[in-house]
Ligand binder design. Structure first.
Ligand code: GRG
Length: 306
């Protein structure tokens, strides 16, 4: 198989799964419980619907499909995958606020607070934190209560012990030249944990009994590709432009962010990202699962343009 064919396949795969997730989110938000007060839900829909690469949702689906073919559980997997995008989108809303990373642009349009004001952006994010739990409890019809608890626990831990502490450390590191060990920890917490949890949640939907070996291997895979994802994000901040990224480029240098490329340069950072992807893939190949999509998504993470 040529490299062009591989790229084409993964592009088609990503685009097909993104459409599934986009349509599911649109359908979920048709419910009229998401109408009052209009400003709140308009802000949520503005930040969530039809935008983003949906990589966390796609990883959740890919992990599910690597273990399970049962169509009856697929709708539940899609609900969980969509819930993970809600968590991710809320973190972007809060991240863009002036008291955080202060960005006027997100996903190619004015960020939530630019469009709706800071108070509504903050509250839209707040509404989106707990909504995934409601969706998983009420909309997942076929997975067991035990599985729901496992998934809810996974997401909760990722919020309180991953994204939030990661963001605190990220803010604390701004303006300082941090040790690579600290930068690595920040990447693990603010980015890799949600990527890893997305994969685990997909696996939890698929597995009806504990499989420690699979969960351990997927944890390691998810953490490594998650760190590589953040390294690429920081390289793209330097090498790409605002239009391609859909968010302000060259921001890390202006804000004196402590990132891999700032600490060791973009070439060395890219080498580390590539070797993390190779390690992640090797690790996954040691277990028996239908891992083609996960392996290709790992490669996409370091070849992506936005
Ligand atoms: C979770 C309660 C709670 C608060 C949020 C603000 C915050 C705490 C955390 C920030 C986390 C953050 C924004 C990390 C960066 C992750 C990252 C690389 C985002 C870009 O992801 P993409 O490229 O974006 O997948 P799209 O737009 O494609 O979805």
């Amino acid at each position: 198989m040529t490299s062009t064919q591989t790229t084409l396949q993964i592009d088609e795969y990503l685009s097909y799964k993104k459409t599934l997730v986009d349509n599911n989110l649109k359908r979920l938000f048709l419910d009229n419980k998401f109408t009052k007060p209009p400003k709140l839900w308009d802000a949520v829909k503005y930040s969530l619907i039809d935008s983003g690469k949906r990589i966390r949702a796609i990883l959740c689906i890919a992990a599910y499909e690597s273990l399970q073919k049962d169509k009856a559980l697929f709708d539940d997997c899609l609900t969980v995958a969509s819930s993970l995008e809600l968590v991710h989108a809320m973190s972007l809303i809060h991240d863009d606020l002036p008291i955080m990373d202060n960005d006027d642009l997100r996903r190619g349009k004015p960020s939530c607070h630019k469009k709706f004001g800071e108070a509504i952006a903050l509250l839209a994010g707040d509404a989106m934190i707990s909504l995934p739990f409601h969706l998983i409890i009420e909309h997942c019809k076929n997975i067991s209560q035990d599985t729901k608890l496992k998934i809810i626990n996974e997401i909760s831990k990722t919020l309180s012990f991953g994204l939030v502490p990661g963001q605190v450390m990220d803010l604390e590191g701004t303006g300082k030249s941090c040790d690579l060990k600290i930068i690595d920890e920040v990447y693990k917490l603010k980015t890799a944990m949600l990527i890893k949890s997305s994969i685990l949640c997909g696996a939890y939907v698929a597995l009806n009994e504990n499989n420690t070996d699979v969960i351990q291997k997927l944890t390691s895979f998810g953490t490594k590709i998650g760190i590589a994802f953040q390294i690429m994000d920081d390289i793209l901040d330097i090498t790409s432009d605002t239009k391609t990224l859909g968010k302000t480029s060259h921001k890390d240098e202006k804000q004196k962010k402590s990132t891999y490329p700032m600490a060791i340069g973009k070439e060395k950072s890219k080498e580390i990202a590539l070797s993390l992807i190779e390690e992640a893939k090797l690790n996954l190949k040691t277990i028996k699962l239908n891992s083609d999509a996960l392996l290709q998504i790992a490669d996409y993470i370091v070849s992506r343009k936005n």
